[in-house]
Design a protein. Structure first.
Ligand SMILES: *Cc1c(COP(=O)(O)O)cnc(C)c1O
Length: 399
């Protein structure tokens, strides 16, 4: 394993020869020291690995600013969706009711999860990208006293919108309900300090802003909620209370842990700390976004979202109106230049997305813009301006 001291966060080594940068919101480009941390085997029951699990939980908890010891961190095997399902199944009582705030695929997935769980829920669906606002949440809670919990997506990765969780939290607690946050693609880069924003539980995963590899998710929950979660889960393997109780007692995961992923994640957490924690990581991503968006706008591309809602995580661009533009061809040309971009998820207009997260800095983002310019050129597209329908769609956001 390479020593941490040799990992300078200011020196962003490129991926291995022939490996493209992943401009995607996870899996993403990881540091070589993170990959190297996976080159040894660990016994899951061994004291060394148990110590690694303990270290991981403490380091994640520290990122929430919980100084009173009111929260605890519970990792759980699987991708992020497994962790969201574990959260909903464990923290929402069987006779509870959830208000799901959706403005994209991940909000809708939370509603679908409630359906699978067979527990009561209701949905505010804002469409592709409009933010749910505090006032409408308050009104929905007034209208339905049966609602016990609200779930909001911190950064809705399908458009890249940064939802106003502070305002929503205030509305939820003013009405005496509880807030759950899917901070999957935001945690580690955008503050979610328990002293600033009230919530009961948040969930994230290894392969987003902490820059680890995929393999587990984690919840950070108020201990009183963890205790109350006993016996609620619909699922053995996704029972957060049982996972927590076993970890507290033995230091072990209940079932085979992704040992190599955990080792990689610990290294990623050390790099995160060396970069200045949440503030440092967030600043680099914001710079990545600013440089990339400015360059893309110069080429004529336009963002779906206005500055107010633009996250430093991932940015949605409209596809150019030019008749010679084709997204599959653009994708292949970008890949040929070393950059994997991401198709869009809007239903009304054609779009694509460029991630700002992962082990890369503004110099890489400048090359992304150069690659986009060259790709347009090769397609014979002289301007990346979007169609009028896209601009009309965007005007709804301002209204
Ligand atoms: C990535 C992500 C998830 C989880 O997705 P998986 O593919 O299961 O890892 C959930 N919510 C949001 C907002 C995400 O960005």
């Amino acid at each position: 394993m390479r020593a941490e001291a040799t990992d300078k966060v200011e020196g962003f080594e490129p991926p291995a020869l022939g490996e493209p940068y992943l401009l995607t919101p996870g899996p993403l480009t990881t540091a070589s020291s993170v990959k190297q941390a996976m080159l040894r085997d660990w016994g899951s029951w061994d004291g060394d690995f148990r110590a690694m699990t303990g270290d991981l939980r403490n380091r994640l908890l520290a990122l929430t600013g919980d100084k009173k010891g009111e929260f605890d961190c519970v990792p759980i095997q699987g991708s992020g969706t497994f962790a969201v399902e574990a959260m909903l199944g464990s923290f929402v009582p069987r006779d509870g009711k959830v208000l799901v705030l959706a403005n994209g695929a991940y909000g809708l997935r939370a509603a679908q999860t409630m359906q699978y769980l067979g527990r009561a829920h209701t949905l505010i669906d804002k469409g592709d990208y409009l933010p749910p606002r505090g006032a409408e949440v308050a009104a929905a809670l007034d209208a339905d006293p049966a609602i016990t919990h609200v779930i909001v997506i911190h950064c809705e990765t399908s458009s890249g919108i940064l939802n106003p969780v502070g305002e929503i939290s205030e509305a939820v607690y003013a009405k005496g309900r509880k807030l759950l946050i899917d901070s999957m693609s935001a945690f580690g880069a955008i503050p979610l300090d328990v002293n600033e924003i009230r919530y009961e539980v948040m969930v994230s995963s290894a392969n987003k802003c902490i820059e680890g590899v995929p393999g587990f998710g984690f919840v950070i929950a108020r201990k009183s909620e963890l205790e109350a979660a006993k016996g609620r889960s619909h699922s053995l393997s996704l029972d957060i209370h049982a996972q927590w109780a076993a970890m507290e007692k033995t230091g072990q995961w209940r079932f085979t842990p992704p040992t190599h992923v955990v080792a990689a994640f610990l290294q990623a957490l050390k790099l995160h700390e060396a970069e200045g924690g949440v503030a440092g990581r967030g600043a680099r991503y914001a710079k990545n976004r600013d440089v990339m968006v400015a360059g893309m706008r110069e080429l004529g591309f336009e963002t779906l979202l206005s500055e107010q809602w633009l996250s430093p995580i991932i940015v949605t661009f409209f596809c150019p109106a030019h008749e010679k533009f084709s997204f599959p061809r653009f994708y292949d040309l970008m890949k040929g230049k070393g950059f994997i971009i991401y198709p869009g998820k809007l239903t009304v207009v054609e779009s694509f997305r460029v991630g700002c997260i992962g082990h890369m800095d503004e110099h890489v983002m400048r090359r992304v813009v150069e690659a986009a310019a060259a790709s347009l050129n090769e397609m014979g597209v002289d301007t990346a301006a979007p169609p009028a329908t896209a601009i009309a769609e965007r005007a709804k956001l301002a209204a």
